[in-house]
Ligand binder design. Structure first.
Ligand code: DP6
Length: 356
């Protein structure tokens, strides 16, 4: 897709208020490594979540100055400490939304999941904010198609945080060029489309909160370290191949293959961290304890349960909804003791963002 298609025109500022809810997502094929600016080194695929969401409202106020300004409130409190990340985001997208100049934005954001739970909120937050921006762009230039609305929302969100591009639509999205998907792009995420096996539309994700502290190494730093990782080039090839395999598995519903690919991706992500220079480890002893217990339970009970990890110590436990009752009992008896304060969050695959 041509980058120029995403450049909007300038317009006279109007007073406008909008609110959107955008979900978090969990990658099954991991994005780890990128080029300027926010172009992934390999394609990634994720489940869009349902309950873990950010709600954002934006009041666009025409201001007297030619410049653009904003105030950001998180959970009701003015939070200037978020400004640097937002300033970078607005700098990245200003070229594509020139109408933004001449506004003062009042941005108010809330997360459904507990703050400092170790769950990254940048994906859902950047997605919700991008949708608010697109809502005004749609009002200013009403001829926009629905497809373009969501595509550009994903495009803008990507420029805030790569994984945010996958938090616009559901239930499964793919970001990054891939030879089997003609409309795939490095610039925005696309929905899996037709043919997704029914079993994945209600897949469960129980997030086991092993460590709720802020990560010792940020995702940005981790991506950056891939530039010098000696295994990086093979990793990018492996991710593309894993995506090809997973795409057909997600049509067939072959859970044995699903489990193999998903766990391999999770462990390879962390292997990349351990082989970076400087190396680092984000998983904790309890992460490994839980993984061992999942494997034993899977073997003894013959249930299709597996795990994935994001850039942290928490475990995402993935399983079909049909086994929810039995797996919840397993979580309570065997896994909960290894979660910080016994905490976990129940979530499942969702349909994507919505206007409030
Ligand atoms: C491990 O999207 O948080 O969760 O683009 O620098 O904001 P930035 O990185 P981010 O990286 C996500 C990494 C991951 C894997 C994934 O979600 O694909």
């Amino acid at each position: 897709m041509n980058l120029n298609a995403f450049i909007s025109k300038a317009a006279t500022p109007v007073n406008f208020i909008t609110s959107w809810e955008a979900p978090s997502n969990i990658a099954l094929i991991k994005y780890w490594g990128k080029e300027d600016i926010q172009i992934p080194k390999n394609p990634s695929l994720s489940f869009t979540l349902s309950s873990s969401v950010t709600k954002t409202s934006v009041n666009f106020k025409p201001s007297n100055s030619e410049n653009f300004d904003f105030d950001f409130f998180f959970e009701g409190i003015l939070r200037p400490d978020f400004n640097p990340k937002l300033v970078t985001f607005f700098k990245n997208i200003e070229y594509y939304i020139p109408w933004i100049n001449g506004y003062k934005l009042i941005i108010k954001s809330n997360n459904s999941f507990p703050h400092s739970s170790g769950i990254a909120s940048s994906a859902s937050a950047m997605a919700a904010l991008s949708l608010c921006l697109m809502d005004l762009e749609n009002y200013l230039f009403p001829k926009m198609s629905e497809a373009f609305f969501y595509q550009k929302a994903s495009f803008l969100a990507r420029l805030g945080s790569g994984s945010a591009s996958r938090s616009i639509q559901g239930p499964v999205t793919i970001w990054g060029e891939n030879k089997t998907l003609k409309n795939s792009s490095n610039l925005f995420a696309i929905s899996f489309g037709d043919g997704l096996n029914k079993i994945f539309k209600s897949y469960q994700d129980t997030i086991l909160l092993v460590d709720k502290e802020a990560k010792s190494v940020s995702s940005s730093k981790g991506h950056d370290l891939m530039h010098n990782n000696p295994f990086a080039e093979n990793r990018f090839i492996q991710a593309s191949n894993n995506l090809d395999s997973l795409l057909s598995v997600m049509k067939s519903g072959d859970l044995e293959s699903f489990i193999k690919i998903v766990e391999l991706e999770a462990l390879t992500l962390h292997a990349m961290m351990m082989t970076s220079n400087p190396y680092f480890i984000l998983i904790k002893p309890n992460t490994l304890e839980i993984i061992q217990r999942i494997w034993s339970f899977r073997t003894s009970q013959k249930l299709p349960i597996c795990f994935t990890l994001d850039a942290g110590a928490n475990i995402h436990l993935l399983y079909p909804s049909d086994y929810k009752r039995r797996i919840c009992a397993f979580i309570d008896h065997e896994l909960k003791p290894f979660c910080q304060n016994g905490q976990y969050l129940m979530d499942q695959v969702g349909e994507g963002a919505r206007k409030l």
